[in-house]
Design a binder for this molecule. Sequence first.
Ligand SMILES: [Zn+2]
Length: 303
Amino acid sequence: MTTRAIKWADWRRSIESRCDYLSRSFGGVDSAVRLDQITEQSGVKRVEFRPLLVEGGLSIQGDGFVMYVNCSKDQISQLNDEFVCNGGRSLPNRMRFTIAHELIHTFFFELSSDAPRNRVKVTSDKDHDQLERLCDFGAGLLLMPSRRIGPLLDREPQISPDSLRRLAQHFAVSLDALLIRLNGMSWGNHRGFAALIVEDGQTFKIRASATDSTSKHLFSTVQTNNTLGQEILESLQTCRGSQDAVVYEYPCHIGQKEAVQPCVVMCDRITHEPSKFVLSIQLSGDPKFESATTIPGDIRRSM
Ligand SMILES: [Zn+2]
């Protein structure tokens, strides 16, 4: 591991513990995390809603920061009221994520009685991307704390478009943000894959996707290429827009051996223009070692 990689890994760990502390101590007890006290604790003197060319930004003011969040002129007074009244719990999901993202940027500064001092030198595009990714990662942790999201996942009877929507609504985040957060973590009793898919002409594109920590080997090609395998594509076309569950056997390799993994696929349309879908693939039972052929959908009503 290079020194640079170790540095980012250290930042990641420090972001994890700081987000846990902040959301636990200042995020309130309601479903959607409050953001007012958390921003204050991080040295943000004021959150300003105003028209910007970007989603958000920070500026240094005295020994702290002013945070800017993009909105239209006619939204300013209402957004200010919402931030003051309920700590931003009712703000649009996108703005909540922007505030959380900008807040993680403050972690990279050292606060003192003087102006905050930047502790990370970003000298390349790669560094910049890494920093932005870490801020997105931290924003997810802050808005969907580990100690809360785990038990909620466990309570869901299965991973489905409905359960994903419920979780996103609970934390007041977008489905994109939820999927980024779920990716690579343990899903408790559940195993599988979920994606937000946009229909683009004749093709389906994955906008965000998540795999639980134990199923990465099964869906690695889907995640790397951002394209759906023929089997998933067929079931998506079969059940698109409906809440039907399609049972099929997903071809995979366990070690050197070919196998099939029994799965339940569900897909629900969330918008028409453009056509957007939430797809869930819940693994059911253990893989079977036999010839890897897809079993045509045994379609039944939603469970
Ligand atoms: Zn950023």
